[in-house]
Every structure is written in C-alpha cells, then in structure tokens.
Write a protein that binds this ligand. Structure first.
Ligand code: SAM
Ligand code: SF4
Length: 321
C-alpha cells in the first residue's frame, strides 16, 4: 500500500522478543531491562494473523528481529509459517549469531531467504566488551554456517570512535575476502545509543576510498533497505553504508515495525504507535487490517533524530531494531 507521501510500504520488521542473550552497550544496560511477562508478548498465532492481514495491504517481505530472535523457542517454525502464507515473498532474520550455528539446519528447512549478523568487532576481547559477554568464535561459527548454506548473508557493524574504528579495513577485508555484504550502520539516539560516539559514514567512506581506490558505487539492488553499496569491480562482496543519522533516505522508506507487544511503529524515530491488541481480540481480521492501514497512513515524512526531544524513548530491544 502507499502511504500519504506516496511511498510504497511492503516491508515489516517484526520483533518477536524483547529478551537477549547479549548486552550490547548501545542497546541494553548490563543488568538488562525490566522483563515483560510472556502474557504481554504476542503469541506466534497472533503474529501470523498480523502477517496475513499485512499481506492483504501489499506487505510481502518480513524481517524477524528482537531482542535476539533465536532466544525465543520455535523461531524457525514461525519463519516457516510466515513463509508459507500466500503472497509472502521473503522472510529474513537479524541475529547476533551466538546461537546461529545450531539453528542453521532449522532455518534452512524453514525456507529463510537471508540472515543478517550483527558483529562489531573481530577481536575477541573487544567483542566480549561491546556485547557484555559475547563469544566472538560462536558468532563466527554462525557466520561460516550461514555462508556455507548458500543463504544470503550480511554482516552489520556499528563503528564507534576510539573503540573499534581501527577495524574498518579488517571488516572491508572480511567483505571482499569472504564475498559477503558488510554494512556499516550509524548509531542512532535510540535506547542507549549515543550518536556522538559513533563514526559518521562520511568519514567511513573517505577512509575506505583512501585505502581502496578501486571502490565504486554499486547500484544493483541488494536488499530491502536504505544501504548505499560500494564494490570492487570483479570481486564478490560489497560494503554497505546505512547512514541512519546523516543520510536522508526517508523519502524511499518502505517499512513499518511490529513490536513484541503488538504495537505498530510507523517510524523508528518517534514514539507514535498503533496498538493492534484490541483488533486481535476480535475474531474477524477486518479491524486488524484497518489498524494496519491507519498506522501506514500515520507514517511521517522523515525522522528528526537531530532533535533529541522528538525521539523514541524505548530501547531498541523493546521496539525491534
Ligand atoms: N539481536 C539481534 C541483533 O543484534 O542483530 C537483533 C536485534 S538488534 C536490536 C538489531 C540491530 O540493531 C543490531 O544490528 C544492532 O547493532 C542495532 N542497534 C541497536 N541499537 C542501536 C542504536 N542505538 N543505533 C543503531 N543501531 C542499533
Ligand atoms: Fe541483543 Fe541485538 Fe541489542 Fe545486542 S544489539 S543487546 S544482540 S538485541
């Protein structure tokens, strides 16, 4: 469906849990966030009803996220069931990769179309520090397994000044050595994210171009989102820049978000959301479709991350990154 700014909305990010087995510093405090009781979290049946209703409005691509989606039991079964809904073209997942290796066979069997792995450091100690206890080798095993399966695999990395910015070229080497897409995402002022600690993608691009003069803009479409890709002619792999803070990609925004508690967020930046719970309480799905239509109609023209007063206060695990 088209929103009031004539953008086609065909992509939904679904947070299936606000829980996580890591504590990335920009996302969750070390002590975690207040636990939401499972009775408030959407059941898989409710998520499936929302997906079916969304398909009637032209949403045909779904990303499963969280929190960490693989900590919720049955995540691959949910992926399979979404994939089987007539009209669904793509189901992908975003994960920190800690449990990925063991889940790969089930995700393949579920028919998943792509896996994004969040990975901010290729150094064991740093990885442990930034993730609040994560084990780098587990995520790398997950990455290997995902690549070996042939499923489209991308790595997402947040570069921070004076912390992991010196790994920029190691990640570039990973992209072209492994032949995968590595994307650098600017930190947003959401949850515990402090944009002034993040590296701007303008600087990332300058440093990449200085080190890799063969790098050229690649205009082939590589995903659902706002990344701008750069490649080296003749080499597999690419580098994507998602300039969430400094880039202005709102005019081509194609997405809405479903939180784990059943709220539709028209835009990541603002607190505004539409509660689907009352519509879910009804037997028939007409009201569900209407509420989704409403939420899409409420999509603002763009974000105002630069004006902190306007920005969403909930953390990324609650709203689904
Ligand atoms: N746990 C999964 C993972 O880490 O991929 C899925 C959920 S996580 C919230 C999704 C993505 O959001 C991660 O790539 C993470 O780096 C990113 N993220 C979290 N907080 C952020 C912030 N303040 N600014 C930008 N990205 C953020
Ligand atoms: Fe967990 Fe992902 Fe947030 Fe890290 S970014 S704390 S892995 S939800």
């Amino acid at each position: 469906m088209r929103d009031s700014f004539n953008r086609t909305i065909d992509y939904m990010r679904i947070s299936i849990t606000d829980r996580c087995n890591l504590r990335c510093k920009y996302c969750m405090p070390q002590e975690g966030i207040e636990k939401v009781s499972m009775s408030k979290i959407l059941t898989y049946e409710e998520i499936l009803r929302i997906c079916r209703a969304s398909v009637t409005l032209g949403i045909n691509r779904f990303k499963i996220t969280g929190g960490e989606p693989l900590v919720r039991k049955g995540c691959p079964d949910l992926c399979r069931e979404i994939k089987q809904i007539p009209g669904v073209e793509q189901v992908t997942i975003t994960t920190n990769g800690q449990l990925l290796k063991d889940y790969m066979p089930k995700l393949i069997e579920a028919g998943i179309d792509g896996i994004n792995i969040s990975l901010d450091s290729l150094q064991e100690d740093r990885y442990r520090l930034i993730t609040g206890g994560g084990i780098l080798s587990e995520t790398l095993k997950g990455l290997d397994a995902a690549q070996e399966s042939g499923i489209r695999t991308k790595v997402n990395c947040l570069l921070q000044k004076n912390f992991n910015e010196d790994e920029l070229l190691d990640f570039a080497e990973m992209a072209f050595g492994r032949g995968i897409d590595v994307r650098f995402i600017e930190i947003m002022p959401i949850g515990f994210g402090k944009p002034d600690t993040g590296l701007s993608n303008e600087i990332v691009l300058q440093r990449l171009q200085a080190a890799l003069p063969q790098l050229t803009l690649d205009q082939s479409t590589r995903g659902n989102g706002p990344a701008v890709y750069y490649a080296i002619p003749g080499k597999p792999g690419s580098i994507g820049l998602i300039s969430a803070m400094h880039g202005r990609f709102c005019e081509s925004c194609n997405r809405i978000r479903l939180t784990s508690q059943g709220q539709i967020k028209p835009c990541l930046c603002y607190e505004d959301s539409c509660d689907l719970k009352p519509a879910l309480a009804e037997q028939r799905d007409e009201r569900l479709v209407e509420t989704l239509r409403d939420a899409i109609g409420r999509k603002p023209s763009g974000h105002t991350f630069e004006d902190i007063k306007t920005v969403e206060r909930r953390s990324m695990v609650e709203i689904g990154g």
